[in-house]
Design a protein around this ligand. Sequence first.
Ligand SMILES: O=P(O)(O)OC[C@H]1O[C@H](O[C@H]2O[C@H](CO)[C@@H](O)[C@H](O)[C@H]2O)[C@H](O)[C@@H](O)[C@@H]1O
Length: 403
Amino acid sequence: MTKQNVVMSEMGIAVAAAVPASSPLLTYPPPRSCSAVAAGAGGAGGGAGGGVAMRKKYQAPLEFGPAKMNPWVESMRASSPTHAKAAAALAEAAAAAEAAAPGAAKDEYAAWMVRHPSALAKFDHIVKASMGKQIVMFLDYDGTLSPIVDDPDSAFMSDQMRAAVSDVAKCFPTAIVSGRCTDKVISFVRLAELYYAGSHGMDITGPVKVSKCTKAQANEVLYQPASEFLPMIDEVYEALLEKTKSTPGAKVENNKFCVSVHFRCVDEKRWSALAEQVKSVLKEYPKLRISHGRKVIEVRPTIKWDKGKALEFLLNTLGYADCSDVFPVYIGDDRTDEDAFKVLRDRGQGLGILVSSHPKETNASYSLQEPAEVMDFLLRLVEWKCLVQGLAKRRYIGVPPQM
Ligand SMILES: O=P(O)(O)OC[C@H]1O[C@H](O[C@H]2O[C@H](CO)[C@@H](O)[C@H](O)[C@H]2O)[C@H](O)[C@@H](O)[C@@H]1O
């Protein structure tokens, strides 16, 4: 097996301590009002951190000479947990901060956990809220089903995770929603029975259908709202490849309806320069915009379409438009997943679960620390569903439930 440099999930907690309480505030997403706090975590579709703005922690000031740090880089850093390589230095800084303000980071984490409790700890509460409703599962891929690694082409999910997702899909309609192109994410997940919404929801396919004539198997294409952008995306991909090839470690990934420019393996001193390279290419493409992810800048069409819209499209496709008896559960780790969390919050339906081991401003109601916890949560859902179904069957055939 290829040895991968997996991002350390526990870094978040350690690094949290490294930032003084006076550090500046995060501007994304904008702080919400106190009324949103009142909706609180734990409620179906309930809100997240509310008006309490999170500090912009984990961010040692970057030295880029006299020039100001590129705002794209700043924004990307805000959503990128620290890499294992920086662990030693940050642990040291964390210890120093802990000495300066003992317990501050722990207190902040504890306060965040009150607003975004563990979906495992609150499992009974969650399934109770879903009673009498159809659960529909939405799962992000990178950082949710697979660990974050240096090489995007090697972000494989484990066989155990695949089995858990397969079991979940037997119990509930299930979709994978990813920034990657649909073909790539299908090749990683390898489960024919799922819906896939790749390219940040711009390429939606249904479960595999077998053609009667040719016996060929293919995922049925359901919606591609950005198809007119295909030639432009190919062109900008080539331009970005050319422009960034001088930056060691930079990687450009063609995700069909969008392009990712990876910063993960680039020396942080070069991040601003790389962001400038991307910016200079995009000047020629006013119909494209950017979003940020975990050490990645994503280039995509300016159309009003995102993971939240994809979630709504899939609910409609599954026949749950305007239904009150559906309970969508969306699990994701990244900033682009916030669009989906927000849709659920605004609809007051189901719930969002953020995968993060450190405090982050989010529209999700609950949290899970890492993909391993996501797997536990999925397995518990399956177990619960089997139990409920078993009890229902016994009731139907008149067998008394066993104690
Ligand atoms: O929506 P997602 O499924 O979470 O996809 C978002 C991006 O994920 C991938 O990049 C991230 O994971 C890589 C592998 O662990 C990591 O090297 C990179 O730093 C992360 O940003 C994917 O490669 C991107 O194309 C997706 O947009």
